[in-house]
Design a binder for this molecule. Sequence first.
Ligand code: ADP
Ligand code: MG
Length: 736
Amino acid sequence: MQLATPIEEIPRVGPQYQKKLKKLGIKTIHDLLFHFPHRYEEFSNIVPVSEIKSGAINSIQGKILEIENKRTWKKRMVLTQCLVEDFSGAIKVIWFNQPYLINVLKKGDFISLSGKAVLKKNEIYLSSPAYEKISSLADFQGINPNKTKTTKKEKGLTHTGRLIPVYPETEGLSSKWLRYVIKLVLTDLGDKILDPLPIKLRKEHQLILLQKSLWQAHFPDSLILAKKAKKRFAFEGLFFIGLHILREKQKLAKEKAMPIPFDLKLIQGFVKKLPFKLTGCQKKSIWQILKDIERPWPMNRLLEGDVGSGKTVVATMAILNIVKAGYQTGLMAPTEILAKQHFQEISKLLKSFNLSIGLLTGKEGKIISKESKWQAIKISRQKLLEKIIAGETDLLIGTHALIQKQVKFKRLALVVLDEQHRFGVDQRARLCSSPAKASTDRQEKELPPIPHLLSMTATPIPRTLALTIYGDLDLSLIVELPKGRKKIITKIIPPKERNKAYRFIKNEVKQGRQVFVICPRIEPTNNERQTANNEQLLKWNEVKAVKEEYTKLSKKIFPDLKIGMLHGKMKTEEKEEIMRKFKQKETDILVSTSVIEVGIDIPNAGVMIIEGAERFGLAQLHQFRGRVGRAEHQSFCFLFTDSPAKKTFQRLKALMFSENGFDLAEQDLKIRGPGEVFGQRQSGIPDLVMDSLADISLVTKTRQAAKEILIEDPGLKKYPLLREKIQEFEKKVHLE
Ligand code: ADP
Ligand code: MG
């Protein structure tokens, strides 16, 4: 076995367990060993039987004198009674309703036990202790008074008599089973675990060796060592992230892009014509972007700003600067509706600049040009494609259709991605390598320039995290909203106020407003869990939740209103049709899963209802809330919750008092930890590392270490193992 060995090859891990492990994202031995316990049971207090204290956790080791099952008629239970003896005496041990134990533990066996001692009717006994058989008692401290502590003793024990790892609860994988398998694997690997971290680095930062860290994280000799081990993994994880970011920058700095001068006059002219004043953050962001574009290597900048913070106008200025210099730009949005929305909005903003702007979606093409007298008209896809190749279209806005092979730009110099996290890495690379040939050819001597890239997102990643993940140079933040926005009234609605809220909503609809209803997933039954795979299951239960809510609202609560339904299992066209209907006020209420389109603009929507609000993170709730409050009327956000827990209430309250997505994300981070906020499976980064992302001093240290090693050895030629690891990491981890 090696770290890279797939779990299928671990002896005694059958297909059932393989499936369960895979659900956790565990595919190799490496993944398994990096599945860390979240706490430890303190079972290391091994005492002679004569010194057992009632009410406390005790560990003992001894020989089974007798063991038998007894039935208690009163409570209809099976008791397994056992008598265990060591050099100092004997003690009774009782397990409840585990009759099979007599088949596992036999008279004469040596066992190790850890559990609570109970005093009843003047008799002391161990109640349902954890147990494991041991081979030879002579090695163990508990039985032999003459033997002093042996350091090896813990290695022999897995479930008792030491610090015992407890893993996060997961479907069908008990801590006991994980301990067993992890120990099996660690033992088998022996000295074959090579440490990718250079010795110098380990020394400087006092990091323990990988092999030792793995043992100490899972089967620690002390809590201090467990902590040290975890520190090593956190360091390593952050160090890899740092290396990855710097390597990406290295790569990009070697590429060529068109340097385009910052046309200050042009931008000032544009700003003067705006019906509003730019916020400070907007100004700073456009400045950063246009400075980047002046350089002869490609920009890779993320523009992050809350919903409604005005990212579009910033992107529009960048676009204007580029096209007036004689180049083309492409803007890609995740859905057709969003693409159309951008087409309308941006052509309005650029109206007096006489630009030719195209819209390309899966279904249609539109164009604004001189020939069309600067009005939007329909155009065949073929014609539009020709215009793009000829360089006649300055700006092309569209969906994924933009990255089809037939789309070729003559002089593409900037690509803008809206809600960029919804695009895969591959798609991004494809867009960026246009108009050049495939990236494999790009190794040749003459590198064709690749376009600058501006990504936009409204996902409010907390600042501290964003800086860690993206690095300080390539991130522009819009942290303030334009002045004069109307506050959305946010309310927590407990079950008893539900009807009142419904009456209120009815009235709002009467006034002409529209309403969103967001439903969380329905928790699957055990039966469903066993039959479906995870992803299927999640989708399925979202659909179920939406359908149930839809039926309830349309039959019982608002029988006289028009209600629509939207969920992730629908086809794209179906979804867009439903959104179109809602946008054009053909429906009053839209019931949806959390997949509701980001960035969609329905100014007439006035109420956002979130069912089971406690099930969502603050940042996500804030995102939902941002779907309303986009026009003159007063808007409302109702957080429906059935959970009376005080903690829930407090968390939701944060939403009533804060309008700032970044602040809320930061609070989310504090309450739930980065692992929860981001989801480990999504990013591929272990929770342990995620949780340390908020540790600024560690982040700084690791970033510095990464920098130093790349300065010393840019290609990591001296550190082949590290290079191999980082390449693996880059394949697995997604930081968008
Ligand atoms: P988002 O960042 O969510 O994409 P948009 O760019 O769609 O936000 O902007 C939301 C609205 O705010 C638009 O109608 C836009 O015209 C307006 N807006 C943008 N910047 C400002 C500003 N500085 N002052 C007032 N309104 C602004
Ligand atoms: Mg937007």
